[in-house]
Design a protein around this ligand. Structure first.
Ligand code: ASP
Length: 369
């Protein structure tokens, strides 16, 4: 529509022009623009529901973190990641197909990924500088804009469930540290001892990073650069549209390896790593949290749709491709029309998507390879 009115304005300035020739010209230019449209990520993943396609009744996208490189994931371990993603996707699909809510679906998916030591959330959380594990999570309901977030948890098995309790059973939005643990006591959620989070691979990686950073700090007065690379970050997330037209987003993480001083990333910051709004979309992010907080990435995708007239894939592609720096991370998003967008500017991102039209796919690398 925008293209049509802009062209009409230009042509009216040039003088009389036959209406039917004008229409042909608009269609031609429209086709050219559509063919040239840049895709900010893996093209075959960023599908928008075409106007001709039947409406999608439900849709789901999941991620298991963007801190993945080919050097860091041995080819023989890829099937294990894919199997975990498929299992999580199946669980969400079952709920959404059975008329369940998007909130139930995203919580259930994230709980499964939190229990899986492959991913940096819950059981597989990365280690802090002090050799501990501190977990963050957030959930948001697109219908009411209710949300709940938790940070710095040390004993909660499934932080996403505690975040949902904050949303539904407290007067607050964001609880941290000891206070969040006391709230966990009241909610009687599953608790675990510190060694539940011990995963040898994560511990080895933390030792490597710790030693490398200590060497760097000893040899330079400048603060260590922002961490990047395989094993430094991860995170899991899910976004969904249910049959009732409601969107929800959920994200959970152990943060970044060797984080210090009570560092909190983007995941529990509503609008940065997690956001849902029935007027636009639901978004869950993964990557270098500091960057996602600076650019309020998740709510920026929504704002570009609401105020800038962008489609979901245009908005997500612009934020990941133009606002962030290459290597910062990625996001998954579901639009209110059931469109799905999966964008990342890292080498890979564990991801999956499913919808009521039969779509069911998981992947790791760009362009599905
Ligand atoms: N964004 C998370 C954080 O900064 C890490 C990640 O997504 O891997 O805590």
């Amino acid at each position: 529509m925008k293209l049509f009115s802009s062209m009409k304005r230009i042509f009216s300035r040039l003088g009389p022009f036959p209406e039917h020739l004008f229409s042909i010209l608009v269609v031609g230019v429209g086709c050219l623009v559509a063919c040239e449209a840049p895709s900010g990520g893996p093209a075959e993943e960023a599908t928008e529901a075409s106007p001709a396609a039947p409406p999608v009744e439900w849709a789901l996208a999941i991620h298991g973190g963007a801190g993945v490189t080919r050097a860091g994931v041995a080819a023989e371990t890829e099937p294990a990641y894919e199997k975990s993603l498929q299992g999580a996707l199946e669980e969400g699909k079952k709920i959404l197909q059975g008329d369940g809510t998007s909130l139930d679906a995203v919580e259930a998916v994230v709980r499964l990924l939190e229990d899986d030591p492959l991913f940096n959330a819950g059981r597989g959380a990365v280690f802090t500088n002090a050799g501990t594990n501190e977990l963050d999570a957030a959930v948001m309901d697109g219908e009411s804009l209710s949300c709940g977030a938790v940070s710095g948890l040390k004993t909660v098995k499934n932080p996403i469930t505690l975040a949902r309790h904050v949303m539904e059973r407290s007067r607050h939005v964001f609880l941290v540290g000891d206070g969040a643990e006391r709230f966990a006591d009241e909610m009687a959620v599953d608790r675990v001892p510190a060694d539940y989070f011990f995963v040898q691979r994560r511990h080895d990686r933390w030792r490597q990073v710790l030693e490398a950073e200590e060497e760097k700090t000893a040899s330079s007065a400048a603060p260590p650069a922002l961490p990047t690379g395989q094993g430094r970050y991860g995170t899991v997330g899910a976004v969904a549209l249910d049959r009732h037209g409601n969107l929800a987003a959920a994200t959970s993480t152990g943060g970044m390896t060797n984080k210090r001083f009570g560092r909190v990333g983007d995941v529990p910051v509503i609008g940065a790593g997690t956001y849902a709004n029935n007027a636009t979309c639901a978004v869950s992010c993964t990557g270098i949290g500091e960057q996602f907080i600076r650019h309020t990435v998740a709510s920026d995708v929504s704002a570009r749709m609401e105020h800038g007239g962008r489609s979901l894939s245009e908005a997500a592609g612009e934020v990941i491709g133009e606002v962030l720096n290459p290597g910062d991370g990625g996001l998954i998003a579901v639009g209110k029309d059931g469109s799905i967008s999966i964008e990342f500017n890292t080498e890979g991102m564990f991801h999956g998507s499913a919808d009521s039209s039969g779509r069911f796919q998981v992947g790791i690398w760009a362009h599905g390879d």
